[in-house]
Design a protein around this ligand. Structure first.
Ligand SMILES: C[S@@+](CC[C@H](N)C(=O)[O-])C[C@H]1O[C@@H](n2cnc3c(N)ncnc32)[C@H](O)[C@@H]1O
Length: 409
């Protein structure tokens, strides 16, 4: 895997250019994209309003019925209303906390306010400690490794770190919303040496001291608004907040990002709904947990299928959208191997988490079997890329995510 990461990281990011190398990975991916085009958009999660799931640790009501079709069919954000759902949104208390606040390896505890300390949960993982923010994935070093590997995966499939027209020599203000380990922001600071790159996150897992001079990181709960003035950024990037925002919070964030963008500035969103398609029974179990766990926090991962219409409703211009299929398993080459690791990392969280409650041993068994299913059935993730522009008041033509062989939604 180390090999695959370093190969990927050597790839020159190229906004606007389709990598025409005829590697077996590329061939497999495009074959795969053709396959996906034919598949139904409806994930076979088997969830509906009367569905329920017995984890063996109590009976959990599954989600209210929502239309989770893609933009082509409907706009979920128009139908979903947080206040009308029956989720018990426990905020940070829903995953039991077993010990006192924990410091972060990358930031001395003394430098942090109490709310920003991590809390240790009873699955042995730390999480953020902000009650109003529904995000339920861990923020420990294991998760940091997963996020970094995931970055290379996404960068590889979308052929670079951005997919809008930007001049690398220009002096731009660029924002990475929920920057995580800041791997994207750090790379952008090299690609755009004359620009200022800002990153914010609710967990201080970004570098605090040793970083390029044009990189600036700040602790921030984006649900409280962004600490930037209006019309400040030329480019805003937001990736993989699928488990962080309820439908109404997502709308709120779209509006906030519009506020901080300059007229004509670009927004790029990259998301996956976290479902592995074409698996088998064990993969379906993980898929169900990956839906039900966020739903308990008021977060519906399927909303990412409707980002295009969400941006249009929020007032963005020239909104354009693609999705791409990402193989899971060796059948998809090195990319598939890396996304298999990602599946295992995420799956482990769901299986041992607040609904799954499995032991490490049980979880590993399910993951092994799910992995075999993915190989046998050529399973895949779907990843969405959506771009939009802050209106200038005059028509500026379509924004231009590169074609990348991706399938228009
Ligand atoms: C799946 S990670 C993605 C990180 C990064 N964007 C990437 O692609 O590598 C989601 C990130 O969102 C952050 N996050 C979740 N809720 C947030 C909130 N309300 N405000 C700021 N950051 C948040 C998490 O701490 C985590 O770093």
């Amino acid at each position: 895997m180390g090999n695959s990461i370093s190969n990927m990281s050597k790839r020159k990011p190229s906004a606007g250019s389709l990598d025409s190398s005829s590697s077996s990975d590329s061939k497999k991916l495009s074959l795969f994209q053709r396959t996906v085009r034919k598949t139904s958009w409806r994930p076979s999660l088997g969830s509906n309003s009367s569905d329920s799931y017995n984890s063996g640790h109590g009976h959990h009501q599954v989600v209210p019925s929502v239309d989770h079709g893609s933009d082509a069919h409907s706009d979920l954000s128009q139908h979903s209303n947080d206040s009308s759902t029956n989720y018990s949104h426990h905020g940070s208390s829903s995953t039991a906390t077993s010990t006192s606040p924990q410091p972060y390896p990358r930031m001395p505890g003394s430098a942090l306010p109490e709310w920003a300390m991590a809390r240790m949960c009873d699955d042995g993982r730390t999480r953020h400690n902000v009650g109003s923010a529904p995000y339920m994935l861990p923020n420990d070093m294991t998760e940091a490794d997963r996020l970094d590997a995931q970055h290379y995966l996404v960068r590889y499939v979308f052929k670079g770190n951005y997919n809008v027209k930007l001049d690398p020599k220009a002096k731009l203000n660029i924002l990475d919303v929920a920057t995580g380990t800041a791997v994207w922001a750090l790379e952008m600071s090299h690609e755009f040496p004359n620009s200022q790159i800002y990153g914010v996150d609710i967990s201080p897992i970004f570098p605090s001291e040793i970083k390029p001079a044009n990189c600036h990181f700040q602790l921030c709960n984006i649900l409280d608004g962004l600490p930037f003035e209006d019309n400040y950024f030329d480019f805003v990037y937001q990736r993989l907040l699928v488990y962080a925002l309820s439908p109404s919070q997502r709308k709120q964030v779209y509006a906030e990002l519009l506020r901080v963008l300059k007229p004509g500035g670009y927004l790029q969103l990259v998301e996956s709904d976290g479902v592995v398609y074409n698996g088998g029974p064990q993969m379906e179990l993980i898929n169900r947990l990956s839906l039900e766990t966020p739903m308990r926090h008021g977060v519906d991962p399927r909303v990412v299928q409707t980002m295009r219409s969400g941006l249009k409703h929020a007032g963005y211009a020239n909104v354009n959208s693609f999705h791409i299929a990402l193989p899971v398993g060796k059948w998809g080459g090195k990319v598939g191997e890396l996304s298999m690791q990602n599946m295992r990392g995420l799956g482990n969280i769901w299986l041992k988490g607040e609904i799954g409650r499995m032991s490490e041993e049980e979880a590993q068994r399910v993951l092994d079997e799910a992995g075999q299913e993915c190989e046998a059935n050529q399973a895949f993730y779907k990843v969405w890329l959506v771009v939009g522009q802050k209106p200038t008041g005059e028509s500026s033509g379509p924004s231009s995510p590169t074609s990348l062989g991706a399938v228009p939604v």
